[in-house]
Structure formats: C-alpha cells, structure tokens
Write a new protein. Structure first.
Ligand SMILES: Cc1cc2nc3c(=O)[nH]c(=O)nc-3n(C[C@H](O)[C@H](O)[C@H](O)COP(=O)(O)OP(=O)(O)OC[C@H]3O[C@@H](n4cnc5c(N)ncnc54)[C@H](O)[C@@H]3O)c2cc1C
Length: 451
C-alpha cells in the first residue's frame, strides 16, 4: 500500500510541503484539507489589489487546478479538520455539507496558519468592521472602499500600513491609529520609522501614534472611533492588530506548544509527536541571532518550513535553521526593508550595540534620477558582527536587505563588510556602495568607544 501524508491547511506552507513531498516520493498519497473555498493564494498581494496595482483578486491564486492534478495532490476545499488521533493516526474532518469523514495518515503536516487578533474593545459588533487575512476579507474591504468617505486602520504594522496606503490610492480619507509610540514597531527602530512616517504623511495619510482606539461608536453601523477621548468619524474600520497562530487542533491532540504559543518543532519541523510535523504561521521558529523561539509569521518562512516538513514527511532529509525575520515592502514610492534585530530588540536581549547610519544615493550623484537611500546597520559591540539592518529608499532596497541577510547568516563582521567588494556603474550605483560606507561609520564609532 502507498504511504499516506495528510496536510491540514493548504496555503503557503501546506502547498509547499505537498509539492516538496511529491518531488521526493512519486507514489505517496497526499491529501490537503483546507477550510477555504479557493486553492492557495497570495495573502501578501491583497493590499495591492485593494490599491488597484493588481486588477483582480482571482489573480492572486497561485496554482490552477491542473497543477494539483499534475502533482497528484488530492486538494479538498471547504473541508475543516476537527480532530487528530495520534494513536490511531487519523484525522476527522467535516466537508461543506456537514458530512464528517476520517482520513488515515502515516505522516501528518500541520499547516494551519494564523488568524487576525482583534483586541476586546467596546463596539466591535457593528457593521463596517473588518480584518484583512483572507481573499473574502479583501473583497469585503474592496466593496467598503467603494462606498466609504473615510476609513480607519487600527495598527501600524506592515499589513496595516499597506492597507492604509491602498485607502489613499483609492481616494478615501485614511487614518491609522497606533498604540505604540512609532509606526512599524516590530520592524524598524524609531529613527527609521520617522523617515517612513514623514513620507506617508506627505502622501496624505493621517497617522496617530501613541494612543489606542478606546471605542467604536455608531448604532448598528460604524460611525467612527474614539482615540484618547477624541472622536474620529469613519465609515469603515480595519483592525490590523496582529495575528495568533491556529494551534487549538494541535493542542487538543497533545502536540506541545512553545513559549511563543506556536507549535514547537525541531529543525526537521517535527513536533513533539512522532510523524507529525508543523510549518508556517502556526509553528515557532528560532531567531538566528538570539537563538530564542519566535513567531516569524512571514510567507517566506512559511514556504521554507513547508519545504522542510514536506521533504522529511516523504522520507527525505532537510533542515530549517531559523529566521532573521527579513521583510520588505513598498508604500507609494518608498521601499522599506529590514533584517535581523532592531537596535531596540537587541538592547532588550542584552546585546550592546553600535549603530552605523548613512543617507546616500542609488546612482552616481551626477546621474539623473538618483534616489535617496538610508541604511542603518546594527552591530554587536562585543563580537563586531552585523546583527541587523533597516533600509528605506526610493529603489534598490530589497537586494541590499538580502545581501545583509546573507551577511548576518554567515556571521560577517562589520570589518569584513567594510572591505567587501561591490560593483558600480553611474546609472546603477555609487562608486562606494552605501552599505560599505555605513560599515565604515560603525567602525569609527566602535573605535571612538574604545579610545
Ligand atoms: C495582507 C497580508 C499581507 C502579507 N504580506 C506579506 C509579505 O509581503 N511578505 C511575507 O513574507 N508575508 C506576508 N504576509 C504573511 C503571509 O501571508 C503568511 O505568513 C502566510 O500566509 C503563512 O502561510 P501559512 O500557510 O503558514 O498560513 P495561512 O496562509 O494562514 O494558511 C493556513 C490555512 O489553513 C487553513 N486551516 C486552518 N485550520 C484548519 C483546519 N482545522 N482545517 C482545514 N484548514 C484549516 C486556513 O483556513 C488557511 O487557509 C502577509 C499576510 C497578510 C494577511
């Protein structure tokens, strides 16, 4: 009899796990269960459909049905796994008609993802309140933007700000409310966040920092929110206040969770229960710098972990070493990227840092169209290693963040970066690569601190 792999959740992590398992074993039976009515799609693209950069939500669907057919993946849409029995190695699920069925597995992969977290504030039961996680959520917000005069986004993380930018691009008055003292607090330090804030405000986005939403007012429909006693009118409110991993099913089955609340795994993405793996937003990862558990909750981590879980479940060998949480985004004409620890996260982890920071140009100074780019490097004062970077600029941010992510993974010191060979041509870069110059600035600071 062929071996059987069951995968719960069929988005980024689940589908990558299935495809990777298939590449290892051509005969294993692979069944994917998903609650959703569509096959895997890019959540990351949702804000860009809202902003009309992508014409249609359906364009976000990653593979056509023929892909699943070709790869012999049995994709069951609108099927919700309800119970896992680790002893009999079975999964119970319910289909859309309410029928309950059972699947036998040799290996099981949990790829159940995460769901939006909405803080318990007054007035949540009104029409006009949204979250952005699924394609259906996106379509609802899209319709709301058609009719709204003003919209409030609660939370200035990546998803919140990307959604807010879409609001402005659709000509809707948009206000972001952030409880913490600066925007993108998980991704950036305050100084870099200030640069982003300035750009966003120049484009017409209103941003209120340092206070939370106390209440949503209106009768049955949202009329606005109150923030620190002040009423701000709005037709639509979108909560973008973080996500929580979907772990209840795993927990009920006796699979151990880690201290972050995600499913605990080893480097092979194996959980505490033999033959059960976990990957993606529902699983923990290890921070490559602090070596502490973390929830990465990025699509990039999801596919990497999914790949490892799929290969191992199919009898191959793969390892996922951990994450730096590298991320990049584009808001209006500004690119924003980060990798590793922020200076404030480093300090919280007891790491003494030295900072290099520089604003330069993306082409030779004299070349028409050169754009500004600001690079911040975070250096561990003791080891002189690069442990983080944040970059904002008009272009060329992504590949610099990638390069610095490689450097951090390879434990490169700031001294090595300062003598690294880079390339130059007037239309493409400055003679002196800005990352290298930033490293030199950090070295001078390190020296001053020693003297
Ligand atoms: C608006 C937005 C923008 C984003 N932008 C980026 C970006 O630019 N870059 C980036 O790296 N990441 C981005 N992300 C994050 C990225 O989308 C997630 O990290 C990624 O989707 C995680 O994939 P996953 O497969 O682990 O989980 P999910 O995508 O959450 O998929 C899990 C699936 O499992 C299903 N499921 C759960 N429980 C069950 C059950 N019991 N039975 C059956 N099915 C179940 C869920 O319905 C869901 O379909 C963004 C997210 C959002 C919402």
């Amino acid at each position: 009899l062929p071996r059987k792999i069951v995968i719960i959740g069929a988005n980024a992590a689940g589908v990558e796990a299935a495809s990777s398992a298939r590449k290892i074993d051509r005969s294993v039976e692979i069944t994917l269960l998903t609650k959703e009515k569509r096959p895997a799609y890019s959540r990351c693209g949702l804000p860009y459909v809202l902003g009309r950069h992508i014409s249609n939500f359906e364009n976000l669907i990653i593979f056509s049905p023929s892909y699943y057919h070709l790869m012999k993946l049995d994709l069951r849409l609108e099927c919700t796994a309800t119970n896992i029995d680790k002893n009999s190695k079975t999964v119970d699920f319910r289909d859309k008609t309410g029928n309950q069925e059972e699947l036998q597995f040799d290996d099981l992969i949990m790829a159940t993802g995460s769901r939006p977290f909405v803080p318990p504030i007054k007035g949540l039961n009104k029409a006009g309140i949204h979250v952005l996680r699924t394609l259906d959520d996106g379509q609802k917000i899209d319709r709301a933007l058609e009719k709204s005069k003003s919209i409030i986004i609660v939370g200035a993380g990546l998803v919140g700000l990307e959604t807010a930018v879409a609001g402005i691009e659709r000509g809707v008055e948009t206000t972001v409310v952030e409880l913490l003292p600066y925007i993108l607090p998980q991704t950036l330090d305050r100084d870099i966040a200030k640069l982003v804030l300035k750009k966003l405000e120049e484009k017409g986005l209103k941003i209120m920092i340092g206070s939370g939403v106390d209440e949503i007012y209106g009768t049955t429909k949202v009329r606005g929110v109150s923030v620190a006693g002040k009423k701000i009118p709005a037709d639509t409110v979108v909560f973008s206040t973080g996500v929580r991993p979907n772990v209840e099913l795993a927990q009920k089955a006796g699979i151990l969770l880690g201290e972050t609340g995600g499913i605990k795994t080893n480097m092979g993405m194996e959980t505490s229960v033999k033959d059960i793996y976990a990957c993606g937003d529902c699983a923990e990862t290890i921070n490559l710098i602090t070596h502490k558990p973390m929830l990465s909750q990025l699509g990039t981590t999801a596919v990497n972990q999914g790949r490892v879980a799929g290969i191992n479940a199919a009898g191959g060998y793969a390892r996922f070493l951990g994450s730096l949480g590298s991320s990049v985004t584009k808001m209006f004409d500004l690119e924003i990227g980060a990798t590793g620890l922020t200076a404030s996260a480093a300090e919280k982890n007891g790491i003494k840092t030295v900072i290099g920071k520089l604003t330069s140009k993306t082409k030779a100074e004299y070349y028409p169209g050169a754009k500004q780019i600001t690079i911040k490097l975070i250096i561990d004062r003791l080891t002189r290693r690069i442990i983080g970077s944040q970059i904002v600029g008009g272009e060329e941010v992504t590949q610099r963040i990638n390069a610095l992510s490689f450097a951090i993974q390879k434990q490169m010191s700031v001294d090595e970066l300062s003598v690294a060979e880079t390339c130059y041509s007037p239309p493409l870069n400055e003679t002196w690569e800005p990352m290298v110059l930033t490293a030199e600035i950090a070295i001078r600071k390190l020296k001053r601190q020693k003297d």
